[in-house]
Ligand binder design. Structure first.
Ligand code: PLP
Length: 368
């Protein structure tokens, strides 16, 4: 099976598993316990927290571990002041869209300019009003890979004293991404970076006032009650240390795939092509072939891809993200997402290319 759904989730890097194994096998204690087991766990927790803080260039008290990016985003978004005006995009993940509904805020959902895959600073400037207090935006889109030009947005937010929350899930591990100055909070998930599932992090700069979402014990400076997920935290910290400079190699494979599809098949549309994109993502449509039928046939033929985002794969509605980019609904319906990882090989892409060409050609003859 060729796994090309790495924006959905990634497999656990064996080196991450190695780091977690002793804890999973019983070298454990509650980091809050006084005895030596507890002290050992506390030391591992402190070390991993330091590594994560150093990776993001922040202080350890600005790091809050959660169960994933969804929880992290809920925590920071639900801390926004009631009644304020918030600017976001219509391309955000449900982990942003849903908590925004419960903030008691007035929210402007900006569509990108037609054909573009991200909103821009000038659109945000236009939407700004006297009650605007925050901007919530993704660093890159998980379906198309199109990146938001965040630096100027962050500088603007800082200038105007606005809170800026960034969903950094899609960008982490794909390329170097120092958190831009002016970002108040950024959220990430472990399982998207060859780390474990069930761990995420909210990086909350001192400038932002955030209330805990989960109340309980005094863990994590009172920001998130409950015994810390030590194997997850150690695994997450390890996964961050394993990023390499593979961005160019992954981009070369993705480009090879796209060029191969365009050369070997007619009626291929690559959504977001020409925009600044993550190195690993190809969102494409094949004229005359519904995305869900293609996905199922590819699965049978040994290639795992996804329809839009993994979270909406159960639905046969065309992707909201593609529709809000101004892509016509038939192309949106025909679209699939192919996402690579740093472990994807040239042989896998060559084979996937052959299979996709065969399956699309077959489906077109059956359907036409
Ligand atoms: N944000 C983006 C862009 C995502 O792709 C995802 C997951 O697919 C999330 C947030 C939520 O992450 P998790 O499901 O790990 O909590």
């Amino acid at each position: 099976m060729i796994y090309l759904d790495n924006n959905g989730t990634t497999f656990l890097d064996p080196k991450v598993f190695e780091a977690m194994e002793p804890i999973l096998k019983g070298e454990m204690g509650n980091p809050s316990s006084i005895h030596r087991y507890g002290q050992k766990s506390r030391a591992s927790l402190a070390k991993a927290t330091k590594e994560v803080a150093a990776f993001f260039g922040v202080q350890t008290h600005e790091v809050v571990f959660t169960s994933g990016a969804t929880e992290a985003l809920n925590m920071v978004i639900r801390s926004l002041p009631k009644g304020a005006h918030i600017i976001t995009s219509s391309l955000e993940h449900p982990a942003v869209m849903e908590p925004l509904k419960f903030t008691g805020c007035e929210v402007s959902y900006l569509d990108p300019y037609p054909g573009k895959g991200a909103i821009t600073l000038s659109q945000i400037e236009e939407a700004l009003c006297s009650s605007t207090r925050a901007i919530v935006v993704m660093a890159a889109n998980n379906e198309t890979g199109v990146k938001t030009d965040l630096e100027p947005i962050a500088a603007f937010a800082q200038n105007k004293g606005l809170v800026l929350i960034v969903d950094g899930v899609a960008v982490l591990g794909k390329e170097k991404w120092p958190i831009p100055k002016g970002v108040s909070a950024a959220c990430f998930s472990g399982h998207k970076i060859h780390g474990p599932t069930g761990i995420g992090v909210a990086i909350i700069r001192r400038s932002m006032k955030v209330h805990p979402l989960i109340f309980g014990g005094p863990q994590q400076h009172g920001m998130r009650g409950g015994t810390e997920n030590l194997p997850g935290i150690v695994g997450f910290a390890k996964a961050l240390t394993l990023f390499n400079e593979s961005e160019k190699d992954v981009a070369a494979l993705r480009d090879y795939l796209e060029e191969g599809l365009l050369a070997r098949l007619s009626g291929v549309v690559i959504n977001g092509r020409g925009e600044p994109r993550l190195c690993n993502t190809c969102n494409c449509a094949f004229e005359g072939v519904e995305g869900d039928a293609l996905l199922m046939q590819l699965d049978l033929a040994g290639v795992a891809v996804s329809l839009g985002s993994a979270c909406s794969s159960g639905s046969i509605e065309p992707s909201r993200v593609l529709l809000n980019m101004g892509i016509n609904s038939q192309i949106a319906r025909n679209s699939i997402r192919i996402s690579l990882s740093r472990f994807t090989t040239r042989e896998e892409i060559e084979r996937a290319l052959q299979i996709i060409v065969q399956v699309v050609t077959h489906l077109r003859t059956v359907i036409l």
